[in-house]
Design a protein around this ligand. Structure first.
Ligand code: CU
Length: 83
């Protein structure tokens, strides 16, 4: 659900790009490597330069803090090809 809505076992997605999991007991950073889907989005289009990249999802609560226990995906590696 969108950020700011405090509800048990609820949160929003964060996409980690080319980075490891953040601290699990703090607010997830917000920068180009940590995208917040604070409107509750379940899909997105992102643009990355050609080459290898890693992607990983982690849920954060209404304050962008991972749940306890944290809910995150495996990290995957993708290759972006040139046009
Ligand atoms: Cu967030």
């Amino acid at each position: 659900c969108p950020k700011g809505i405090a509800f048990p076992n609820t949160g929003h997605h964060h996409l980690l790009i080319d980075t490891d999991l953040p601290a699990l007991d703090q607010e997830i950073p917000s920068d180009r490597q940590h995208l917040h889907f604070g409107a509750g989005e379940t899909d997105a289009r992102i643009e990355l330069p050609p080459g290898k990249h890693t992607l990983q999802l982690i849920l954060g609560d209404h304050n962008h803090v991972p749940h306890n226990p944290p809910v995150y995906s495996k990290k995957i590696t993708i290759t972006v090809l040139k046009d």
